[in-house]
Design a protein around this ligand. Sequence first.
Ligand code: AMP
Length: 422
Amino acid sequence: MSGASNCFADLGLPPSLQNAALAAGYIEPSPVQREAVPAVLAGRDVLALAETGSGKTAAFALPLLAQLLKAKPGPGPRALVLAPSRELAAQTADLLRLFAATLPQRFKIAVAFGGVSINPQLMALRGGCDVMVATPGRLLDLLAHKGLNLQSVQTLVLDEADRLLAAGFEQEWQRIREQLPPAPQTLLFSATFPNALQQLTDALLSEPVRITLDSQPPDITQRAIQVDAAQRTPLLRHLLKAHDWQRVLVFVATRYAADHVADKLWANGIQAGALHGELSQGARTEVLAALKSGKVKVLVATDVAARGLHIPALDAVINYELPRAATDYTHRIGRTGRMGQKGSAVSFICADSPTNAESHFRLIEKRQAQRVPREQLPGFEPVAVANEGQASGGIKGARPSKKDKLRAAAAAAATTAPPRPV
Ligand code: AMP
């Protein structure tokens, strides 16, 4: 392969799909698209190490639709895309529909995920569909209701396969597989390749084209700012102002913190929305749309809710609270600095908060084999860290402990206040 092609016309896509990509604002294919599209069109299995942000969705969506243009129509889906979360499933279906809307032939893209009533999804499948995008659990429900037959599936996509596995996918997968034809063309996308995935790929893929993207490391500046827990929201406000960021994702650990921080920002005139697992599907979609359209500048989210989301052009990701797992840190910060744009990732390190402990951040640094220098910003210097310094020979008792107590009380209040009525 020359690897030199830098326009969609060179990838073997029919003109209608080249136009569809252009109409979506995709001028040049991303590296994963450059490699995956011709492989999929050639009927090969694909194993791609590609994260959200690399353009992987279009890397399979475009050639899938190209295959549909060539295939004979039938009642059952000819392509099945499995995704680990409802947001990812919905977004994948949206992109497929966006591309499909410009094609000379009409294709029906069906989407199904849990957490909402199954009946409309069953109804929507009545006339059959061309592509089925689903989370595994809901797909099994649809199969149990006899709402769907997978025997006509020619192409299977496992998107974010590492996350599918993390969600205890194996058993569900075995049950789905029993209903599929023996060896569909299989495309597997994953941000990481844990050992458990190896077995799945061995069993599933035949002589796959392997795609690993080492060409374009994301351009993300990482910062770690030491601050007292109670000062995090003021510091967040300060950063938002100082950098004039237009679209920011703030990560917190709990549903309550997401609502609370978003409320605090609103109260200070910053348009912010919360995204967490307890929001209805409608509310999630709404807040995401608000971020995309610029109505909301800051989205305060939990990891679970933010998984796999398409949030274009984020200026920064803020770890208001650190993720528990170091791998989540990589996922979180990978949401900025996408598609060749610059991004910032800022982590708050608080000596007085277990979710932001210095020791925990050190583990994260170790995992990603990268040191992030600690900073303190004027006006936000932490008291707790200053006390540590005094313990090792500083001026004893220079800090009034009353202030500490006040701050601790404020921090405690921040975690116990009732959520605002919606
Ligand atoms: P994904 O990796 O599929 O989650 O895509 C990440 C983001 O990049 C999405 O917002 C896409 O709309 C955008 N994107 C994907 N491919 C391209 C491309 N070739 N040119 C510009 N933007 C793209």
